[in-house]
Design a protein around this ligand. Structure first.
Ligand code: NAD
Ligand code: ZN
Length: 356
């Protein structure tokens, strides 16, 4: 698969990953190379990754506990300290080998340690491959509020080895799928159509879909790295998705939802809002709801749940001047940003979603 050029770095695939990495480790004099993993990527991904690396440089492995609950500033503090203790300096490199939690924390820690050191993202979940590892956004949660602290700093490279997906649980695959569906909905109807027959796809087809999804995200990001306009389209489904995700994290009695699952629900809700505002046709709205519900279990929201989720919306990073802004669809493959919706309409979206 062809190399994709991002603003200041390249995104490489499969066999090209290790050729690139071994070359760069040979020609660049990194004082130290750290590999950041979590407990799962340490056992499922690290052996394969290390077996493909040939270098004289001493590699330091740093392992974190797995899970979103560790994507916080405490973990960063421990990491900054560990880097110092292990002799990290401005010429060190961090390789983030993991899902979106690892690439988000690792990217943020690297971008802030000694005012910024080099890092390479090696995503090992589908979600990280098509989304989290692409585009230079890094950061951590503040309490249960998602991604409140962070920066936009590009990695030195992104290495996408799709063989890591062989050990990824189905639920996690589905989580990445949500972002791929989003890419189709906001910018490419032909791409969206491919997901109508996903069950008949083989591994090569999946590789091609991943490549295409990255192309879509990368094109948007390279045109608007700092999110002044176009990049906001990638927030489709995320305004309500993030609020739903935070709400489920805060409530012990609620089943915790993966990021992708929350976004999948958020996309159905945003499509309903698009239809109600007469931007999107009824037919396309029903198609979107039907296809997304084929892949994702539906969740019931009580009136109290909905009230609490609405309160959380105000913390959404995309809020400007105290107003919640949505990305809405004008048709499958096209969208508009900066759309306002009042609470009544948002509640109606939840009621319609609950109604199935
Ligand atoms: P994750 O990193 O928690 O990974 C999910 C689970 O899969 C973890 O338990 C992990 O240990 C395990 N795992 C990872 N790779 C594996 C493999 N190959 N085999 C078996 N198990 C494996 O979560 P995620 O879904 O990858 O990412 C979610 C995070 O990404 C969220 O924090 C979200 O906010 C963030 N995100 C960031 C951006 C961005 O632009 N920076 C975009 C989207 C999402
Ligand atoms: Zn997302």
């Amino acid at each position: 698969m062809q190399v994709i050029k991002a603003t200041n770095h390249s995104i490489l695939f499969n066999e090209n990953c290790y050729t690139y990495l071994n070359d760069i480790l040979l020609v660049t004099t990194f004082s130290k190379v750290f590999i950041l993993v979590d407990e799962n990527t340490a056992s499922f991904c690290l052996p394969h990754f290390l077996s493909n690396i040939t270098t004289e440089i001493n590699l330091e492995i740093i392992e974190l506990d797995a899970g979103e609950q560790f994507k916080n500033i405490d973990t960063c503090t421990q990491l900054w300290q560990t880097l110092l203790d292990l002799g990290g300096d401005r010429k060190s490199l961090i390789i983030n080998l993991g899902g979106g939690v690892i690439t988000d924390i690792g990217g943020f820690v690297a971008s802030t340690f000694k005012r910024g050191i080099a890092f390479i993202n090696v995503p090992t979940t589908l979600l990280a491959m098509v989304d989290a590892a692409i585009g230079g956004k890094n950061g951590v949660d503040l309490g249960t509020l998602k991604n409140q602290i962070g920066c936009i700093c590009e990695p030195k490279a992104v290495l996408v080895d799709t063989s890591f997906l062989e050990t990824l649980p189905t639920q996690q695959m589905r989580s990445g799928l949500a972002e791929m569906l989003k890419h189709g909905l906001i910018s490419d109807k032909n791409y969206w159509d491919k997901f109508k027959t996903l069950s008949s796809l083989n591994t090569e087809d999946l590789d091609a879909l991943i490549h295409q999804s990255i192309l879509i995200k990368n094109k948007i990001v390279t045109e608007d790295l700092t999110e002044t306009g176009l990049r906001k389209t990638l927030n489709f489904g995320h305004t309500l998705g993030h609020a739903i995700e935070s709400y489920c994290l805060q409530n012990q009695e609620k089943e915790s939802l993966s990021h992708g699952h929350a976004v999948a629900i958020g996309m159905i809700l945003a499509s309903f809002l698009s239809k109600e505002k007469e931007l999107l046709s009824k037919e396309e709205y029903h198609e979107i709801k039907y296809i997304i519900n084929e892949y994702f279990d539906t969740v019931d929201f009580s009136e109290n749940d909905i009230e609490q989720i609405l309160k959380l919306l105000i913390f959404d990073k995309k809020n400007e001047f105290g107003k919640v802004q949505f990305v809405l669809l004008t048709k499958i493959g096209n969208c508009v940003i900066n759309q306002f919706c009042d609470d009544k309409l948002i509640k109606d979206a939840f009621f319609d979603y609950n109604y199935k």
